[in-house]
Write a protein that binds this ligand. Structure first.
Ligand SMILES: *[C@@H]1O[C@H](CO)[C@@H](O)[C@H](O)[C@H]1NC(C)=O
Ligand SMILES: *[C@@H]1O[C@H](CO)[C@@H](O)[C@H](O)[C@H]1NC(C)=O
Length: 258
C-alpha cells in the first residue's frame, strides 16, 4: 500500500524562487558550497548558541540556502541523526520560507535492490526502521512512512534511479532493523531523511531527497570502512546531481516537476 503523500503535493504553478538544501555532514556540504559559490552567512538568524551553519547565495534564478547542523559542542563531531536534522529543518523553513527543500547526502544501499556504490537515488518514500512500538496504532506511527513529493519530470531529465529510503539513528543495524528495513522495501538507508520528511509534512513544504550510496548495507564489509573510503567520491556525485537538479529547477514553476 502506498504511504500517505506529503501535504503540499500535487505542486502548484508557482515559481521556484527559494530552495533550502539540508545536509548533515560538513564533508557532504563542502563540494556544494564551492560549486554553487555559496557564502557562509553569520548574521545570526538562528537561535543563539546553536551550532547550525548556513551558506547562501544566488544560483541562476533562485536564492539557495544550504544548512548543516554543524559540530556538536560537547562531542566535537558533526551533529548527525534525526533530532538535529529535524530541529534545523523546522527552524530553517520558518526563517527562509523555501518553495522547496532538498535533503541530500550519503546513504547505505541494498545490493539486493540493485544499489551500487556511487549511485545517486531520488527517494520515492521514507520510513523509519528503529522506532519500534507494538501498541495498536503506534506500530505504524513508528514506521512513519510518507511518500516524498513526486517529481517524475526531474527523475527522467536526470535519469535517476528511484528507491525507498529507510532512516534510523544508528550507523550499524541489528537483526530487527534488517527485518523492518526489508518490510519498508528499502533500497537506501540513512540517518536523517524520514525525520526531514516529517518536518516537510508538518510545514506543508515540498521535499526532494537525493541520496548517494557510500556503502552496501547487505554485504559483510564493515560499514564504517566502506563509508570513509567512499565518502569523498559520493559527496562529489551528490554535488553533481544536486547542481544538475538546480539547473533544471531554474526558471521553472513547482508544477513543472510533475
Ligand atoms: C508559472 O505559472 C504561472 C501561472 O501561475 C504562469 O503564468 C507562468 O507562465 C508559469 N511559468 C513557467 C516558467 O511555466
Ligand atoms: C518496492 O520498491 C521498488 C523500488 O525500489 C518499487 O518498484 C516496488 O513497487 C516497491 N514495492 C512495494 C510493495 O511497495
Amino acid at each position: 500500500m502506498a504511504p500517505p503523500a506529503l501535504k503540499g503535493a500535487p505542486l502548484p504553478a508557482t515559481p521556484i524562487k527559494t530552495v533550502l538544501l539540508v545536509v548533515a555532514l560538513q564533508a557532504e556540504a563542502a563540494p556544494l558550497v564551492k560549486d554553487l559559490n555559496l557564502k557562509e552567512d553569520t548574521s545570526g538568524l538562528f537561535p543563539a548558541g546553536v551550532p547550525w551553519v548556513k551558506f547562501s547565495g544566488e544560483y541562476k534564478s533562485m536564492k539557495v540556502h544550504l544548512v548543516t547542523p554543524g559540530v556538536d559542542a560537547i562531542h566535537g563531531v558533526d551533529a548527525v541523526c534525526t533530532v538535529p536534522a529535524s530541529l534545523l529543518t523546522f527552524s530553517s523553513v520558518q526563517l527562509f520560507k523555501p518553495d522547496l527543500i532538498i535533503n541530500c547526502g550519503t546513504a547505505g544501499g541494498f545490493q539486493k535492490k540493485g544499489a551500487e556504490i556511487g549511485d545517486v537515488y531520488l527517494i520515492s518514500e521514507t520510513a523509519f526502521h528503529d522506532r519500534r512500538n507494538m501498541l495498536p496504532g503506534f506500530d505504524n506511527y513508528g514506521i512513519g512512512a510518507l511518500a516524498a513529493t513526486p517529481v517524475p519530470k526531474l527523475v527522467s531529465h536526470l535519469n535517476l534511479k528511484v528507491g525507498v529510503l529507510t532512516t534510523g539513528d544508528s550507523l550499524d543495524h541489528v537483526d530487527k532493523d534488517d527485518e523492518v528495513m526489508e518490510n519498508n522495501n528499502a533500497t537506501v538507508k540513512d540517518m536523517e531523511g524520514a525525520a526531514i520528511a516529517y518536518v516537510a509534512d508538518l510545514l506543508t513544504t515540498p521535499l526532494i531527497l537525493l541520496k548517494g550510496v557510500t556503502d552496501i548495507v547487505d554485504s559483510p564489509a564493515a560499514t564504517e570502512e566502506e563509508f570513509l573510503l567512499n565518502l569523498q567520491s559520493a559527496a562529489k556525485a551528490i554535488q553533481t546531481t544536486v547542481t544538475s537538479a538546480l539547473d533544471f529547477l531554474s526558471l521553472k514553476n513547482l508544477s513543472d516537476l510533475q
